[in-house]
Design a protein around this ligand. Structure first.
Ligand SMILES: [Zn+2]
Length: 218
């Protein structure tokens, strides 16, 4: 693509901020910059297709702002969320640990529309426990990607299982999907619930019941 590199200084700086581990003038960085530029041009075209005047002042910067927002929404790709759990403590605690109402914001991979809600994450420790805020950080790491709620739920459960080797894990995610609320079937009050269980929560209905009754308590 022919372009004047100086026109895209802002995009370049943005990419350098989000990908500090990629060398400044490397082929990889140039490739990313080319893709960002192509995306911003395409987005301007799409805005015109939708009926907007993409050249009017208020929206001139919109393609750049959207690139910036997308890089922020997808920060989870640039980390391994499991690693947050790796700070563990040996504490003899053989009861349920439940962190509920962990807020998250994600984007559905089918429409790139936001979906958001809360995750309730519980585990029954084996030999080690992890910091409670680390669980929230791990959820955030998987949410900040292009996702489907089902995969998000599974990834959270698997991360806990893999790092903590607990007796059991249970995860319930409740979310509203804008692709369902504001388009298509337009069911604005519909909430999607997904759950995943591992170990003792899969085999013991009493543990699942305890989890659910604690989640319902306010
Ligand atoms: Zn969708």
């Amino acid at each position: 693509m022919s372009r004047n590199v100086n026109d895209y200084d802002k995009e370049k700086q943005l990419l350098q901020a989000y990908f500090p581990f990629i060398q400044k003038d490397s082929e990889k960085m140039t490739d990313k910059l080319d893709k960002v530029v192509a995306f911003e041009q395409a987005l301007q075209g799409l805005m015109t297709v939708c009926g907007d005047d993409a050249k009017c002042e208020g929206v001139l910067e919109t393609p750049y702002r959207m690139t910036k927002a997308l890089l922020e929404y997808t920060e989870g790709y640039r980390e391994d969320p499991k690693q947050h759990l790796e700070k563990t403590f040996d504490v003899p605690y053989q009861e349920l640990v439940l962190v509920k109402d962990i807020e998250f914001y994600s984007m559905c991979e089918h429409h790139l529309a936001p979906f958001f809600g809360v995750a309730h994450v519980g585990y029954f420790p084996g030999e080690k426990i992890t910091g409670l805020s680390k669980i929230a950080r791990m959820v955030e790491g998987y949410a900040r990607r292009f996702q489907v709620q089902e995969r998000l739920t599974t990834q959270i459960a698997e991360a806990l299982e893999e790092v903590l080797a607990p007796v059991g894990v249970m995860v319930v995610v409740e979310a509203k999907h804008l692709c369902m609320c504001s388009r298509g079937v337009k069911k604005s009050s519909a909430v999607t619930l997904t759950s995943a269980t591992r170990g003792a929560f899969t085999t013991d209905p009493a543990l699942r019941a305890e989890f659910l009754s604690l989640v319902k308590e306010h």
